[in-house]
Design a protein around this ligand. Structure first.
Ligand code: NAD
Ligand code: MG
Length: 378
């Protein structure tokens, strides 16, 4: 029986991870979340972990009182979440949203825990630091993001050095086919209507701006050690072909499936083994047609901005991510317009100084500066 730690257990990926754990009978060592203590309490009572952690310290105190009829230890703050990430387990699933996931990822690696990573912002902001820590600690990090899981699955048995290109697919989001002029007044509710996937609010907005695909290009650079120019983004409306690799001899290997995150979550836990089916089986005859197009880089500026940020390297991707997190929060509060998200991301990338080397403290300082710039210019 595998032992799991789930960070971000109350979110979209977190709750689906618990569904997989329940189906496979895995033991839950610890759970962590930001603030939803109502759901965290229910999860704690059902899965009986030894520890839970709550990012919000006041809410952690509340949960401590609620759980005082149990033996579950409640930890608090970002230190509490890192402490939980360091406990002994077979796999730590990091399903926290945003840069808040970076320190827990590093903590898990230092404790030599295998990581199943959904939190793409970890690699976008700290890719170099994470790769260095993985090497030093001889730790495995397995992708949960569906595209990266598809690439990882497609690479099984492929000799290193024989990949010529990565084909990264994108659904195109709810505003596919629209031009800038039609996006001026789009609302939060319209942006939250994703055609194929049901996800947390932040990543759903990122899918509407194509920032999500930009973040995923950066994620792929760090996961698969490729150059940004070796990644081709394809708009694939059906979200069936989750991504592919092209090899030196021209063979293209892809992974297909229904749009259901439980498969990539499960594979990151069971790798290299395969477990049973979690959702629906794919029927290609029901789907009928798979289409592929070039993205509209003019309308969806966040994608080329991220590609530019990773090409420039250093802390530019941190600035892009920090500005985006702050701008998406403002958009979800109806405080800025949809197209301002890309404008603010662009501004933050330009404002970030070029550097060659940096520490984890520098990452958080660049993140803070990008967020401050968004607030000043909103
Ligand atoms: P979500 O908003 O549904 O859940 C986020 C989780 O993180 C919640 O449990 C929340 O309590 C926790 N959290 C938020 N801030 C925190 C903090 N400061 N400290 C500790 N915990 C905190 O988000 P989601 O859609 O599940 O996405 C999680 C991550 O997975 C994101 O990085 C996202 O890009 C990535 N991802 C999600 C999907 C998906 O289908 N939802 C697919 C691919 C990748
Ligand atoms: Mg994805």
């Amino acid at each position: 029986m595998k032992k799991l730690i789930i960070l971000g257990s109350t979110g979209s990926i977190g709750t689906q991870s618990l569904e997989v754990a329940k189906k496979e009978g895995y033991e839950i060592v610890a759970l962590a979340a930001g603030s939803n203590i109502k759901l965290l309490e229910q999860q704690a009572r059902e899965f009986k972990p030894k520890f839970v952690a709550v990012g919000n310290t006041a809410l952690a105190e509340e949960l401590k009182i609620k759980l005082n009829d149990t033996n579950i230890k409640v930890l608090s703050g970002s230190n509490g979440i890192c402490e939980v990430a360091r406990l002994s387990a077979d796999v730590v699933i990091n399903a926290i949203v945003g840069i808040a996931g970076l320190r827990p990822t590093l903590a898990a690696i230092e404790a030599k825990n295998t990581i199943a990573l959904a939190n793409k912002e970890t690699l976008v902001t700290g890719g170099e630091l994470v790769n260095k820590a993985l090497k030093e600690n001889n730790v495995k990090l397995l992708p949960v993001d569906s595209e990266h899981s598809a690439i990882f699955q497609s690479l099984q048995g492929v000799p290193s050095g024989s990949v010529s290109k990565i084909l990264l697919t994108a659904s195109g989001g709810p505003f596919y086919g629209k031009k800038k002029a039609e996006l001026v007044n789009v609302t939060r509710a319209e942006a939250l209507k994703h055609p194929n996937w049901s996800m947390g609010a932040k990543i759903t907005i990122d899918s509407a701006t194509l920032m999500n695909k930009g973040l995923e290009v950066i994620e792929a650079v760090h996961l698969f050690h490729v150059k940004p120019d070796d990644i081709e983004v394809l708009v694939h409306r059906q979200s069936i072909l989750h991504s592919a690799v092209e090899l030196s001899d021209g063979a293209v290997i892809a992974q297909l499936g229904t749009p259901d995150m439980k498969l990539p979550i499960q594979y990151a836990i069971t790798y290299p083994e395969r477990a049973g089916l979690c959702g629906e089986r794919l029927s290609l005859t029901d789907i009928g047609t798979l289409t592929f197009e070039k993205p509209d880089y003019e309308t969806f500026r966040c994608l080329p901005l991220c590609i530019d940020a990773i090409k420039q390297g250093g802390l530019k991707p941190v600035a892009a991510n920090g500005a985006n997190e702050a701008a998406v929060k403002l958009f979800l509060e109806d405080k800025i317009k949809f197209l301002q998200i890309a404008e603010l991301v662009e501004m933050a990338i330009s404002a970030q100084k070029k550097v060659d080397t940096f520490t984890v403290e520098d990452v958080f300082e660049a993140d803070r500066a990008a967020r401050a710039l968004v607030i000043e210019n909103k």
